[in-house]
Write a protein that binds this ligand. Structure first.
Ligand SMILES: [Zn+2]
Length: 138
């Protein structure tokens, strides 16, 4: 059975190393949504060795920092669900009080038309990630 995160990138790649990648999927209402995707097919955090868990979370926190600096969100959401794609990945989402779903999860029914978000380029996000994680983008 195919896995979309093994077979595809899952969005435009902002950063990667030999362990994981950071991608930005195209979600018009949420330009401040990043995904951190493990490079191997594993379902749960506890399938990873302790050092790997820390390494993955450090990448998640780097995304959080990059989003905070560029989007000035009211809140950052971190989510690891994997019910539909059981391949370990984290969603890191910049949330604003006037976004389409706040205060509910972005996957819930929409509450309003989202206010325009700040335009942040892939390049700006890439540079913010590289400041925290080092230049490893391929
Ligand atoms: Zn997979």
């Amino acid at each position: 059975m195919g896995c979309e995160l093994c077979e595809g990138e899952g969005g435009s790649i902002l950063w990667r190393d030999d362990f994981c990648r950071v991608v930005r999927p195209v979600v018009p209402e949420y330009p401040g949504l990043l995904r951190v995707i493990l490079r191997r097919h594993v379902a749960e955090m506890t399938d990873l060795a302790p050092a790997e868990r820390r390494r993955l979370m450090e990448t998640v926190f780097a995304c959080e920092q990059a989003l905070r600096s560029l989007f000035r969100p009211d809140k950052v959401n971190l989510a690891s669900l994997g019910n539909q794609v059981p391949h370990l990945h984290w969603h890191v989402i910049a949330r604003h009080r006037d976004d389409a779903h706040f205060p509910n999860p972005i996957w819930s029914p929409g509450l309003r038309t989202a206010a325009p978000s700040p335009a942040v380029s892939d390049q700006a996000l890439r540079e913010a990630l590289e400041r925290v994680l080092g230049v490893k983008a391929a």
